[in-house]
Design a protein. Structure first.
Length: 394
């Protein structure tokens, strides 16, 4: 059934393409980029965004899990797909069948892949993996040199597992002082030296996200590390693809030219579906948290917290109507929200309302909503519900 509820998110092909080209130009010529489209491309729609990025030159995509990777393979037959959160029981067969490249660090990952390779193929074909090193995030990755040696000992001539890449994840690349990332780099370099001593020479060495690429603070060191091991550097931009660079601290660290030119890809829109006027002293919304102090014009939009409009925006967030800001009046409900448009003339049923995006000279970004709700732009974008259709434009 074609969606008829007047709520939608517009995804700009041209802006997504422009952001990719800016990031590609900002990266070292020798480096490859992984376009991170996990969590349904940060809420933008992975199946729609991947072909656009591939047409712009992206060869690698990063997703969360095998399930996301299999879905992506349906629209991206030739791309390399990095599975960034490992794998679980019953998924190794799909890794091999769909030519995925999983990040691995647990002995269980090796067990699952070896068994699947031997079951599906005789003789077993090689399974290309990315070995993750825990350099200080304490989330994923091989944590100790003892464990690392044990895993490397399993890479024998008859093992189906091929370590194609070695990677790590920085915990705070946007914080320049104190420079914790430098310490992580040292631990990562030591692990790479041990891997080389064991006779394993990965094709790829990768670390770093959007901030690493845009700030260029640690990129030269990563590039030198890759060259030392005769490998190619990969960087993994995510949020910057969608127009939201992470600010670098301290404040005196000036943003790069590329960061200044990034443009938000998603615009979230709806329409006014009902209008009414209430008198002074009347209330609106659950628990009567909005009380009119004058004759007040209220408009209703069919969007609520079930769509991803955070309830913390109640009585403090805004939407754009006829190029002006309209206050959210009362509590954001599950499926509906009320706007105070008293000071906006001529508002009618059917008028377009912008929750994220631009209208006239005004603009609301995911960062603006994040600041009001005490979170980050990542969560705002990912929280936009699946029942909000994503519509590709331009």
């Amino acid at each position: 059934m074609i969606p008829t509820r007047p709520v939608w998110a517009e995804i700009s092909r041209s802006r997504l393409t422009a952001n990719w080209k800016l990031l590609r130009a900002a990266a070292p010529v020798e480096a490859e980029l992984v376009a991170v489209i996990k969590a349904d491309a940060y809420g933008h729609g992975a199946a729609a965004c991947a072909p656009v990025l591939a047409a712009a030159g992206a060869e690698w995509f990063g997703v969360t899990c095998v399930e996301e990777a299999v879905a992506l393979r349906q629209v991206s037959s030739d791309s390399r797909i990095l599975v960034m959160s490992g794998l679980w029981c019953g998924e190794a067969e799909a890794v091999i069948e769909h030519r995925l490249s999983p990040q691995v660090w647990e002995p269980l990952h090796f067990d699952l892949l070896e068994e699947a390779a031997r079951t599906l193929n005789s003789p077993p074909q090689s399974v290309r993996v990315q070995l993750e090193i825990d350099s200080g995030m304490s989330r994923q990755g091989v944590r100790s040199f003892v464990q690392l040696k044990e895993l490397l000992a399993r890479i024998t001539p008859d093992s189906p597992i091929q370590i194609e890449g070695v990677m790590t994840h920085f915990s705070a690349p946007e914080i320049l002082q104190p420079d914790e990332t430098a310490q992580q780099l040292e631990r990562f370099a030591a692990a790479l030296d041990l891997i080389a001593e064991c006779g394993i020479h990965p094709r790829w060495i990768h670390a770093g996200n959007s901030t690493t690429l845009l700030a260029q603070h640690h990129t030269p060191a990563l590039l030198q590390l890759a060259k030392r091991h005769n490998a190619r550097l990969m960087l993994r931009p995510g949020i910057a693809l969608y127009g939201y660079p992470v600010p670098v601290t301290p404040q005196e660290a000036s943003p790069s030219h590329a960061a200044q030119k990034l443009t938000p890809v998603l615009a979230w829109k709806t329409r006014i579906v009902s209008v009414r006027t209430i008198e002074p002293g009347e209330t609106a919304g659950y628990n009567m948290t909005f009380k009119a102090r004058r004759p007040t014009r209220l408009d209703l939009i069919p969007v609520g917290y079930a769509d991803g409009l955070n309830r913390l925006l109640s009585n403090r967030g805004h939407a754009l109507v006829r190029g002006q800001r309209a206050l959210i009046a009362g509590r954001v409900s599950m499926d509906q929200t009320i706007l105070d448009v008293t000071d906006i003339s001529g508002v009618e049923i059917g008028d377009e309302v912008v929750l994220i995006g631009e209208q006239g000279q005004e603009k609301i970004t995911a960062t603006d909503l994040a600041d009001l709700t005490g979170t980050i732009s990542y969560e705002v974008l990912c929280a936009i519900g699946a029942r909000v259709p994503r519509v590709m434009i331009d």
